[in-house]
Design a protein around this ligand. Sequence first.
Ligand code: PLP
Length: 422
Amino acid sequence: MSTLQQLDYSSLQNLHDKTKKEFDAIKQQNLSLNMARGKPSAEQLELSLGLLDSVNSENIGDNYSILNYGMVDGIPEAKALFKKLLEVDTEEILIGGNASLNIMHDLISKALIKGVIDSETPWNTEDKVKFICPVPGYDRHFTICEQYDIEMISVDMLEDGPDMDKVEELVRNDASIKGMWSVPKYSNPEGITYSDDVVERLAKMETKATDFKIFWDNAYAIHNLTDQPPRLKNILEACKKHGNPDRVFMFASTSKMTFPGSGVAVVAASKENINFIKQQLSVQTIGPDKVNQLRHVRFFKNYDNMLEHMKKHAEIMKPKFDTVIEILHSKLDAHDIATWTEPDGGYFISLNTMDNCASEVISLAKEAGVTLTGAGAAFPYGKDPRDRNIRIAPSFPSLEEVEKAIDVLCICIILVSTEKFL
Ligand code: PLP
């Protein structure tokens, strides 16, 4: 079959009319499918139901220090478990509440008001504060910046992480660049894992701001879809080696291992950074939800079990990812009107349409009953400069619904693309 570009006018018109009929027929079905957010499905949540029974009045034992105030940096058993996830020492980790996003938000708001460990003045006493935002990226990171008037500088993601030539040039020359977002493993939305070279360069690059920080959001650290997952280099070790031990804050959580909203979030960093964070946190709270920490410790028991648990998630997720990718190939390959990622883990597939088509595709899909993440969501200020990126989140719907939704998406892509050519 010829690509759209190669088709003559009447073949294009025929394809358009045929696709329009398919679209109209789908509208009659009154579908209501949602692929907007990366939420675990009910089947995935069921994997962790045992967590709810792991702490009760019968088995709490004499853990009264856990039931009481205190231990602002988390219970030792949780530190022992989660330090393995982020490959850090006990003094380099703090176990928080239910959401890593909350810790990130707090760190940034406190940096603005009080500064970070190596700041001469609070960030917001400076004329401007800027963050580097690899794009496409996680919308909620960008929303935090927007909330606090932090200017976002987009840097393109390449195949092995952000464009480091650009990042190095920016941070070397601009003292108002105080931070950078990173989702280093199975990035949201592209599923890219940073290469060793990218990690090294981030750890050693020269920064004009002496209090520059990398927000290393390792949300998908062990959310593998294959048996041979890529290995992410330990950035804290690399930072220490290059004499920048306080450069990075690493985050993770069990939101997508157990229950989003009722999980356990952690931050890891140099011992000095952790002590600094702990001191600030002790003003804010007398202690986190340690009962939930204990629930997680008892449920997982050890790190190997955590990895085994994630394999069960993969058994549910992998067929959905495979289905999306198979349908995209079968419906779109011939037309040469879209490209997409085929990740080894994480929660998303990132699709690029032809330029200036994504918003229209997303609104047509909505008309046909399929809700996708909003156009531009993966870019600072919600503006995708080429209006081409669509984030596909296949976890929440059933396999059957995923199939249907991707069929609809393909129809919308073909419809909008043929209209552009006509
Ligand atoms: N970070 C990334 C990259 C995410 O994709 C998500 C959720 O989708 C989160 C953080 C949210 O994590 P938490 O539930 O721990 O706040």
